[in-house]
Design a protein around this ligand. Structure first.
Ligand code: SF4
Length: 280
């Protein structure tokens, strides 16, 4: 693995301040490589985030950035996409941001099929606030907020995504940057709402789900998987304890929210002059 601590900084003269070894470095590297290989225009590309360790990413990548409120990543990203649906919109959250406080927005953005790529840094804790249990923490885990072991069962976010209407559902691993970069590129080229849940070791507050823990369990989904088969995709999304598949679980072609609005066929709201430009 390259020395990810030495990632070039491109904004505000600051380097990422994540803990050394954090999985967020791998996600940022994969996203940067994908943006470069896709040859995206930084002026027409925006990364929207919420609050958390991972959602600091807009600070360190040379595209438009909008760091919003906790759990509000998707409504902001939706608003930007509706104002100018020609923009390339990426959104990024942690597991608490996406699957806790942001659950309601998560569900409704998926069923609307808003065309964007949503990258969720799933480290199974609230890292920024120092390690409390999150919606994806495994049952029994002792954290600062669950000193006797968590009594709740974890959510399976990709199962929720598949049944709620996401049209591209994938899982990546922060320890496999080339694979994650390919997933981000595929998600970008998909027309519709694309979610990538990324297994992201938090080396400081999650001593269970470590790089080694994941390396012993992750495997790449083979070509025999039919990603248009919802039931097969659900089986992958429910697979966790012993084997964790990475790759594209589910894919579907469906009309976009913006396709349903004839007024947007030829022009964006920005081109109509209904909304003002955003200066990055
Ligand atoms: Fe990464 Fe965890 Fe440190 Fe946050 S607390 S920067 S998620 S290692």
């Amino acid at each position: 693995m390259p020395n990810l601590q030495d990632l070039d900084t491109t904004r505000f003269g600051r380097k990422p301040d994540w803990c050394p070894g954090c999985g967020n470095f791998g996600i940022l590297m994969a996203l940067k490589q994908a943006v470069n290989e896709l040859n995206l225009d930084p002026k027409n590309t925006i990364l929207v985030s919420g609050i958390g360790c991972g959602p600091k990413m807009p600070l360190w990548i040379n595209v438009g950035g909008f760091q919003s409120l906790h759990g509000r990543t998707l409504p902001i990203a939706t608003g930007i996409k509706l104002a100018n649906h020609k923009l390339d919109v990426f959104a990024t959250s942690g597991d608490g941001d996406a699957y806790g406080i942001g659950t309601c927005h998560f569900i409704h953005t998926m069923r609307r099929n808003i065309d964007m790529v949503y990258i969720v840094h799933n480290n199974q804790v609230y890292g920024l606030t120092q390690g409390q249990a999150s919606p994806t923490t495994d049952k029994g885990t002792r954290t600062k907020s669950t000193p006797y072991g968590l009594i709740e069962v974890p959510t399976r976010p990709l199962s929720l995504a598949i049944v709620t209407g996401a049209t591209f559902v994938a899982r990546g691993f922060a320890g496999d940057i080339p694979h994650l970069k390919s997933l981000i590129m595929e998600a970008h080229n998909h027309r519709g709402f694309a979610i990538i849940d990324v297994l992201q070791p938090c080396v400081t507050f999650n001593k269970i789900n470590t790089y080694q823990w994941f390396q012993e369990r992750v495997y790449k989904i083979g070509s025999e998987h039919d990603a248009t088969n919802k039931m097969e995709a659900l089986k992958l999304a429910e697979s966790w304890d012993k084997k964790i598949p990475i790759g594209v679980y589910y894919r579907e072609n469906k009309q976009l929210y913006t396709d349903e609005l004839p007024v947007l066929k030829d022009k964006t709201l920005k081109e109509y002059g209904v909304v003002n430009d955003i200066e990055f």
